[in-house]
Design a protein around this ligand. Sequence first.
Ligand code: NAP
Length: 271
Amino acid sequence: MPDTEVKTEKTPFKSDLLKGKKGLVVGVANKRSIAWGIAQALSNHGAQLAFTYQGDRLKESVAELAATLPGKSPLYPCDVTKDDEVKKVFEGLSQEFGSLHFLVHAVAFAKKEDLDGRTIDTAKDGFQIALDVSSYSLIALAKAAEPLLEKEGGSIVALTYLGSEKVVPNYNVMGIAKAALESAIRYLAADLGKKNIRVNGVSAGPVSTLAARGISGFTIMLEGHRNRAALKRNVEVEEVANTAFFLLSPLSSGITGEIIYCDAGYRIMGF
Ligand code: NAP
């Protein structure tokens, strides 16, 4: 443990900046999910939100969380690897919302055995699953969202991690998937810029969530991060959420194709 334990501001910032704006949040599993933190931040600034859930297993938990937000939040089943489910989400949104102002992509998956040991042992099917769920899904969702986002202009944010550019033990195939995701962010930003749709990424420091706990040695990662980061602590989910809010709001209207690091200053440290 570091000798300085810094408390961060948890009181939510509120405004009407996103009043009248509508967004889709993909990737809420439970109350610890980064996507849920982002949803709360967006709602605190007046946005109306729709959510997807992966299969009936998560329906109840997502519905319970969504019910705590003001206004009606449409819910859609969506396994991002299933084209027909992605299509149905946007057909539903077209009916419910008519237009869309933002999309949050907070989805990643790799097989348990591929988040441990050597990257060289990754089998083709594990590689394909990780890249399909964690990288291609951004392209699929952006393409399906384009007709709704282009109506009034919009913003897309995807969650990524430093393991895309630096070797992080056990992150393995997910690092490769995040590298593809970050590259996709830039290419999509170039494709969609002329339609006034921005695409950016938030690279978050480690946060204890369901997905993160699937990475072997995640607790050691949290501790190492805390000890080395410039701010000498881990990031709070609220801080990641506020960064996403900034990128989804008009405050960042001149920014596209970028990856913003919300990592308590871990990445800048050389030693
Ligand atoms: P999380 O709460 O477990 O969220 C991951 C979400 O991805 C879950 O809702 C999961 O649903 C969903 N998902 C997996 N496969 C899917 C599929 N085929 N179709 C639709 N949804 C699917 O974990 P999280 O940490 O908040 O992750 C959100 C994002 O943040 C991910 O992109 C992650 O890589 C990124 N990120 C996390 C950290 C961290 O330390 N936590 C740091 C940097 C970036 P199921 O539960 O049903 O699988």
